[in-house]
Design a protein around this ligand. Structure first.
Ligand code: LLP
Length: 429
């Protein structure tokens, strides 16, 4: 479910009219629904109620301080991948003792900062990193809590750029090498406290089977490590997919009821039903690292159509957002539903490419897509842009970053100001 729907022919986020927001704050504009974020967090938490667990929100999906604060107030933990993300979590009032630190390339400065802040666990991605962590912790005279990321060699059946659990990916340590690595650490690395085990097989998984395969494969290893090394947690990663197609309709209960049982995309309740029984007897705390599931459908990117351009082969609608604002279509051929903010009076549809102003042919939001008609001057929403949207935005073509708004009921708050031209050159000499 999400907080976007038409009311009086006008697209709303919760009780706020998006056209009014676009008029007041300009475009391109990211708008998030706080109610949706909280609903997703709470539903996920409830789906895991049958086991000792913690939801560690993957900060990389959307790291705005206000989004983090919302989740920190709910009691969420955080999965971070840089010193910068740890800094954000602390600024937002999150507790470092509920942070796990992932990533294949942690620097010395990041390790020192995380040790000083007392994070819950380093999720270590190689034997070399584990040794280095031991060395740095030793130099500081402390012990580093650690979990090693196991690469279970399971096919996540998702886009090749966001699949992480196969042997050919750079992530984690081979399944077969894990037990030996823990034995080595227990024997040779006095500044490491083996606290858990971690895995993550990929992102945007829309079927339950790869999750089941990975959990069933790794559960015996988790049990062994608990018995032998006293680990206390197993993080089973993130990756729960969301609906990108029909993402406006899917916000309503009606849409869900119309889908047959087998066409219904993976729900969080199904995830809980399948996963909890497979992990609950291990006696381990189960961590989850969802990013996209929490924020993906909770955000849209509003952009205004500038021109229509009729070429010999195609019709283009040129909008004021570009691939620098939302890179998912260009980078992963990601699909974002496109809907006009003002519901058109007729059912007339057009087949167009919606493209941005950037000097790249990859700068498109859709190609040859049939859409409800909209005209230059009209605003449209790129749906499901709450995850990996603003966080992946750049200043390419010297375009200021868009503003971000958080809606709570009838209240809209600017949670990040639009960059100015001066911001663009701040820091340059
Ligand atoms: N844990 C780890 C170790 C991860 O690498 C990731 C995502 C997550 C958790 C959160 O995954 P999620 O629940 O959000 O699927 N930019 C891409 C997605 C990259 C995902 C990277 N890792 C996109 O726009 O599709």
């Amino acid at each position: 479910m999400h907080g976007f729907c038409y009311r009086n022919e006008s697209l709303h986020c919760e009780d706020v009219d998006l056209q009014a927001l676009a008029a007041e704050h300009g475009t391109p504009l990211y708008v998030y629904s706080a109610g949706t974020i909280l609903d997703h967090y709470r539903r996920l938490d409830a789906a895991l109620a049958g086991v000792d667990h913690e939801v560690a929100y993957a900060v990389k999906a959307n790291s705005n301080l206000s989004v983090l604060r919302l989740l920190a107030n709910e009691g969420a933990g955080f999965d971070i991948v840089s010193g910068g993300e740890l800094f954000r979590v602390i600024k937002a009032g999150g507790d470092p003792a509920h942070c796990t630190f992932a990533g294949v390339g942690k620097t010395r400065d990041e390790i020192v900062y995380a040790l000083e802040q007392g994070i819950y666990s380093f999720n270590v991605e190689s034997a070399e990193e584990l040794r280095y962590l031991n060395q740095v912790a030793g130099e500081l005279g402390v012990t580093a809590p650690a979990a090693v990321r196991v690469n279970p060699n399971v096919d996540a059946k998702t886009h090749k750029y966001i699949s992480t659990g196969k042997s050919e990916n750079k992530f984690g340590v081979d399944f077969e090498a894990i037990a030996g690595l823990y034995d080595m650490a227990a024997r040779d690395l006095p500044h490491i406290r083996l606290r858990g085990l971690q895995m993550h097989i990929g992102s945007q998984l829309t079927s339950i089977s790869p999750f089941i395969e990975a959990v069933e494969k790794v559960a015996p290893l988790a049990r062994l490590l608990k018995e032998k090394h006293g680990i206390e947690f197993w993080s089973i990663g993130g990756g729960i997919g969301i609906i990108y197609q029909e993402s406006l309709e899917s916000g309503s209960i009606d849409w869900w009821e119309k889908q047959s049982e087998q066409d219904r995309p993976l729900t969080i309740e199904q995830y809980g039903r399948e996963i909890v029984p497979r992990v609950k007897d291990l006696g381990l705390k189960i961590l989850l690292e969802p990013g996209r599931f929490i924020v993906g459908n909770a955000g849209v990117l509003v952009t205004r159509c500038l021109y229509e351009k009729k070429g010999a082969a195609k019709t283009f609608r040129i909008v004021d957002a570009g691939m620098n604002d939302l890179i998912r279509p260009a980078l992963y051929e990601g699909h974002h539903e496109i809907v006009p903010l003002k519901q058109p009076a007729t059912d007339g549809r057009v087949t167009v490419d919606v493209v941005g102003p950037i000097c790249e042919s990859g700068d498109f939001f859709c190609q040859n897509r049939e859409l409800p008609d909209f005209q230059p001057g009209d605003c449209i929403a790129l749906m499901s842009a709450g995850a990996y949207g603003f966080v992946m935005a750049s200043n390419y073509n010297s375009r200021p970053l868009p503003a971000e708004i958080l809606v709570e009921g009838g209240t809209a708050t600017v949670i990040r100001k639009r960059q100015t031209l001066d911001d663009l050159v701040a820091g340059e000499l």
